[in-house]
Design a protein around this ligand. Structure first.
Ligand SMILES: Nc1ncnc2c1ncn2[C@@H]1O[C@H](COP(=O)(O)OP(=O)(O)OP(=O)(O)O)[C@@H](O)[C@H]1O
Ligand SMILES: [Mg+2]
Length: 462
């Protein structure tokens, strides 16, 4: 049931409660990052894509890891997917047209996941790379390149590379809990980038910069990163108008100026300089998609945009609309689901989204809740606030955590309780994974409820 839903939700939803039946393709992805097949609607990042390509070119001789660093929501994932990948496919780096490109996000077991993605992409036999020997990882990549070239005309070119794109690299710190596993992953990436068989590109959130500096491989990557700033007023105009043009849509006069003003771009701002908070880009992206939904004929209108609630409100409006569509018991489930999809930070303000496996989410609800859970995932999925992968589910963009007051309030009202629940769930997952050893169970003496206002993880017995 849930598995079916997740499997079907993977496919793009063409007819949904949010979008009228029979509608044409929307050229604005909304809260989600651009994917490689949406490159025809991706604008404003030509220069930075060229910069990225030439930095990669310079690393062909084993020059180390390249990092794209920017604030949350600045557009790193989109740049990598809809800027870099199509550029490589066009042959922007000599020979790159035929190279296998592997995109991976770290998750709880980053090296194993990356190896799995490489094996999937190239058809290589997955070796025991998780053992944590960087040289074996390079040998595996060499075999993967050979497997990829198998059956192609000509011989394997000595200049061929596997391109490893590790996006949401910060998950190495938020999702991967074991330091030795983390070190093995980073060492493997370093070895791959120094070798003659791979290019390594990371997408890293700027707020994790400090944590990265503790690792020499990352320290050198961050010494000359590709920094992604806000777009200029001219680039923003392209971002707003060109996707519409590509689909034969027009924009009502005044709409672009209104969007720019609401985004915080000063009216006297020179065309080449932008002055908006880079984290506001997801809000613009969501508002554009919502405005498209309210279009009149082939035109995106000022009235349609106003109906969305505008850049600052559109996301909260969509989320609230999805939430109120649920019955009261389903709303309870929605609250629990969404809280489980947030990494609650003990410092406040640093909360991040967290991917959950379908199985793990199911486990946390009694069997009788399955139908309500399906309804919640369906409604939030159709509103594109949740994104599903084959076996996982996540909040589409972290901007939702800041822009939707109800979710903010759920997190803040019981931060200590949420943190404790999260820690217990994590500990339980580890306990399951490690064979349910009774010696690993928390005992009464080791478990004390946290004092109000002072979240404290339960101590594990020795
Ligand atoms: N060039 C662009 N034009 C229009 N919208 C964009 C562009 N780049 C990114 N966006 C939009 O901005 C939002 C954030 O993009 P993306 O997910 O790529 O950012 P990110 O930096 O990877 O975020 P995070 O730090 O959460 O990983 C998405 O809604 C995306 O569609
Ligand atoms: Mg991203």
């Amino acid at each position: 049931m849930l598995a079916d839903l997740l499997a079907t939700a993977e496919r793009p939803v063409s007819v949904s409660v949010e979008e009228p039946a029979g509608s044409e393709v929307c050229p604005y992805p909304g809260l989600a990052a651009f994917s490689p097949d949406q490159a025809q609607w991706f604008f404003g990042r030509d220069q930075v894509t060229s910069g990225l390509v030439s930095q990669l070119d310079e690393r062909l001789a084993g020059g180390g890891v390249l990092a794209v660093v920017a604030a949350s929501g600045a557009g790193k994932s989109s740049l990598l997917a809809a800027g870099l990948i199509p550029a490589l496919a066009r042959g922007a780096v000599p020979g790159s047209r035929d190279w296998p490109v592997v995109v991976s996000t770290p998750g709880a077991h980053p090296l194993a996941t990356l190896a799995e993605r490489v094996a999937e992409r190239t058809g290589a036999e997955q070796a025991a790379v998780v053992a944590g020997d960087p040289d074996r990882f390079v040998a595996f990549l060499t075999a993967a390149l050979a497997a990829h070239d198998l059956g192609k005309p000509g011989e394997t070119s000595s200049s061929a590379r596997v391109v490893l794109i590790v996006d949401q690299f910060e998950e190495t710190f938020t999702e991967c809990r074991g330091e030795s596993e983390r070190q093995a992953f980073i060492a493997a990436l370093g070895a791959a980038a120094r070798s003659a068989v791979a290019l390594v590109v990371l997408g890293v959130r700027a707020d994790f910069y400090g944590q990265c500096l503790a690792y020499p491989v990352l320290l050198s990557a961050l010494a000359s990163p590709v920094a992604l700033g806000p777009m200029s007023a001219d680039q923003l105009r392209e971002v707003i108008t060109r996707p519409a043009q590509a689909e034969g849509l027009s924009l009502e006069p005044g709409l672009v100026e209104l969007l720019l003003r609401d985004l915080g771009v000063a009216e006297d701002s020179p065309a080449q300089v932008a002055s908006y908070d880079p984290g506001a880009l997801p809000l613009l992206a969501h508002a554009l998609r919502a405005t498209w939904r309210h279009r009149e004929g082939q035109m995106l209108t000022v009235a349609g945009y106003r109906r969305t609630g505008g850049i600052r409100q559109a996301l909260a409006t969509t989320a609230e609309r999805a939430y109120t569509r649920l019955s009261p018991p389903q709303r309870q489930i929605a609250r629990q689901v969404l809280l489980r999809l947030v990494n609650i930070s003990d410092q406040g303000g640093g909360d991040t989204r967290r991917r959950s496996s379908q199985a793990r989410l199911l486990e946390t609800f009694p069997p009788g809740s399955a139908t309500a859970l399906d309804a919640v995932l369906d409604v939030f999925g159709r509103a594109r606030l949740l994104t599903f992968d084959t076996a996982s589910v996540e909040i589409t963009h972290e901007a939702l955590l800041r822009a939707w007051p109800r979710l903010r309030q759920w997190i803040d009202t019981d931060r200590a309780g949420n943190l404790t629940r999260q820690e217990l769930e994590d500990a339980a997952a580890v306990w399951h994974r490690e064979g349910r050893d009774s010696a690993g169970l928390y005992r009464e003496a080791a478990w004390k409820p946290p004092a109000p206002g002072s979240p404290r993880p339960p101590t594990r017995p020795t």
